[in-house]
Design a protein around this ligand. Structure first.
Ligand code: 5RP
Length: 293
């Protein structure tokens, strides 16, 4: 019974008395220390653990716009870009019909759906969390329209999504929209972003604007920026650079990639700015080099 004696013997054991319990603090993304393991694991699939950033490729536009320019054929326009993205933001329709199941990319599933651009936007509902689970979604993205006619409904959608998200360990992404009457400035983007976070979003998607650092600093969870309308490639890279410099945790970019004259070159240039600290000039030089290959 010598072994049992050894087990019961307190002598020479270090119980670490007085040393605070080591918690899983210092998670690489802000505001998530107290979330569950599964949720953090999914966040670690969306965001690169080394840089703390993501290049999310958005191609969910068709859910409100139909076959947008550059997205007429998802199989031809999007599939060749997938390998360069950290994460894909798309609807369940495009995921099942077009995205190869072997892509092994983090999926930020468009989780709310409703009215199209042919009528008033943002009158939305949400889909079934079981479908997000079946699709192995790494996040569920819900539109939140602040100051718009459907504000309460969109916030309820976010709240119900976050309820399901915390139940199943799937992060919720709040996608901010501001009402037609409101300025698209830091005051309203900060308000919309903060409302998303306070109501349970673990990631917020918003737009870059002057004073963007205030938007980032007043939001307790990571922010990614949408690219918005197509810009010249240099200007789009400049937008990424400024957003990252002001504290964004990445981009969720669509039109400025898939509407580029050279989408594969463009997404690689965006990656270089987001993950490798390229300046807009360096990023644009890379774009030119890759497009001429
Ligand atoms: C629309 C979206 C889009 O995914 C988002 O706007 C990103 O695309 P883009 O860079 O083209 O603006 O969420 O609600």
């Amino acid at each position: 019974m010598a072994d049992l004696d050894g087990i019961l013997e307190n002598k020479d054991k270090d119980y670490g008395i007085g040393v605070p319990v080591q918690r899983d603090g210092g998670f690489f993304l802000k505001g998530l220390d107290n979330c569950d393991w599964g949720l953090k694991d999914r966040m670690s699939r969306i965001f690169n653990v080394k840089t703390g950033r993501t290049v999310m490729l958005a191609f969910d536009h068709g859910y409100i716009m139909g076959p947008t320019s550059g997205l007429e054929r998802l199989d031809l326009n999007i599939v060749p870009l997938i390998e360069y993205a950290d994460s894909l933001m798309c609807t369940r329709g495009s995921l099942r019909s077009v995205v190869p199941s072997t892509s092994n990319k983090a999926i930020c599933l468009r989780y709310s759906a409703g009215t199209s651009i042919l009528t008033e936007l943002n009158d939305e509902c949400i889909i079934d969390p079981n479908d997000a689970i079946r699709l192995n979604a790494s996040a569920m993205a819900v539109m939140v329209s602040i100051g718009g006619k459907y504000e309460a409904k969109t916030i309820e959608n976010l709240v119900r999504t976050a309820d399901a998200g915390y139940k199943y360990g799937i992060p919720t992404m709040g996608v901010t929209a501001v009402g037609k009457e409101l300025a698209r400035d830091s005051r309203y983007f900060a308000t919309a972003s903060r409302i998303c976070a306070e109501n349970g979003a673990n990631i917020v998607k918003t737009y870059y604007c002057e004073g963007f650092e205030k938007v980032v600093n007043s939001c307790p969870v990571p922010i990614v920026i949408a690219g918005g309308k197509k810009l010249e490639e240099f200007d789009a890279l400049d937008l990424c650079y400024k957003a990252i410099n002001d504290g964004a945790s990445g981009v969720d970019m669509g039109r400025n990639v898939f509407q580029s004259e050279a989408p594969i070159a463009m997404i690689q240039a965006v990656r270089a700015v987001v993950h490798e600290g390229y300046t807009p000039k360096m990023g644009f030089e890379l774009f030119e080099e890759l497009r001429n290959k």
